[in-house]
Every structure is written in structure tokens, then in C-alpha cells.
Design a protein around this ligand. Sequence first.
Ligand code: SF4
Length: 248
Amino acid sequence: MIEIVIDGQKCYVEKGITILEAAKTMGIRIPTKCYHPGLSPSGSCRLCSVEIKEMGRHRIVMSCMFPIENPGLEVITFNERIKKLRSFIVEMLLLRSPDDPSLKALAREYGIEDQPSHNSYTRENKCILCGLCISACEASGSAALSFINRGHEREVATPFDEPSLTCTGCGACAEICPVNFIEMEDKDGVRFIWGKIFALAKCRICGKYFATFEQLAAATGNDEPELLCMRCKQLEEARIIGHGITTG
Ligand code: SF4
């Protein structure tokens, strides 16, 4: 364990964890938009920036990307400098996604609501380019998404903007998107996403649609997977274990 100081409080943290993780264990909230605990951090939104003092030098780092390696590190998660930086970032994100409720809440928190510059916003909501959907898609094994174009034209797309051959319609991208930008619709046993249509599998116990057939086949390596949703599977396993204990 390493002794560090966060916001004036001494604490002991495991070597190698990030400042963001350490702050979380201390109940200190640092805002993020491109961070997910199950995926590698990319630092693309920079909202989690904090100030550190190390060997007498102050500097700004991204807390999601900064592993704590040495004792004596001092972290300041919020001060005027950080407030200014985060306010600027929130303004930039709002330019891309002006109607997103979580960004609007951050704007209120940082006192930047009703700034004159907001009047010139185009009201078109766009992706904030956090990259979470791409990472989630890679983690699922599909790698069907990537960034295309540059500057203002930059966006997330499937290869050549065509329906992807590797997309299984799992919907992880839509679920993880922090501004609900990705369109996914489930209707009458069919899922529409990224220009593709997927039939949804029905759970044999509860009867609910729960996944696409392609997603199940990719996850199980079986073209004829068992049609059982996660909840019913857990209940069935618990029942079998319970039965085993009772009769064993
Ligand atoms: S579509 Fe959503 S998850 Fe993907 S990069 Fe844009 S904002 Fe992030």
C-alpha cells in the first residue's frame, strides 16, 4: 500500500490503481464521460482532470489514466484551475450534444448554464466522440465500429458506413453511450441497429426477448445456443444448487 494525500486527506491505496479509482474509494466524485470501469481508459473527454503535486511540481493529469506508483503524491480534485478546465470541456461537449441531460446537469454544476455562447448552438445532437462504443464493441469481439473522418466530420461508423459483417447486434454500444446517441430499436422480436436487422431470441422460460441469435452464437460458439435469458439462467442455477443442498 502507498500513502498519498487526496484533497488534504491522507490515505493508503494499492500501488498501481488510478487516481480516479482511489478517489472513488474515498467517496470523492470526479466527473467522467469516457470512462467505464470494465474497459481500458482512453482519456478522450479529459473531464476527470485533476491537479497533482509530485516532487514539488504541480501539473494537471487525467485521473483515469494516472496510476499511483509513488508515495507522497498529492492530489487536488477540485480548485479554480480545475473548475475552469472542466467548465471549458463541458462547454465543448455541450456544443456537440446540447440536449443531453447529464451534460446539462454538469453545466449547472459548473455554473455555465445560460452562457451567451449557448445561444449560437446548433440544436443538432451529435456524438461526443468519447470512444466508449468502440471499446465496448472491441471488448465484445466484434470490432465493428471505429472513428472515421477528421475535425468536425469525425464520427463513429461501421466500415465504409455499410452494415458491418461482424456486428452481432448485441447493443453494447448503444447501452454504453453516455449521450444516448446510438439508435437501437427493439420491436416485435426484431432489433434495428447500425443499418442491420436482427431477429431476437425469446427466453424459453420467461418468454422475453433477450438477445440476438448472432450475439448468442458469438458468445457461446454454438450456432444453436440454449435460449435462456441471464435472469432465468441464474434462477435455474440457484434452484439446482438449492436442490442439491437439500437432498445432498
Ligand atoms: S456514439 Fe456515443 S459511445 Fe460512441 S463515441 Fe459517440 S458518444 Fe461515445
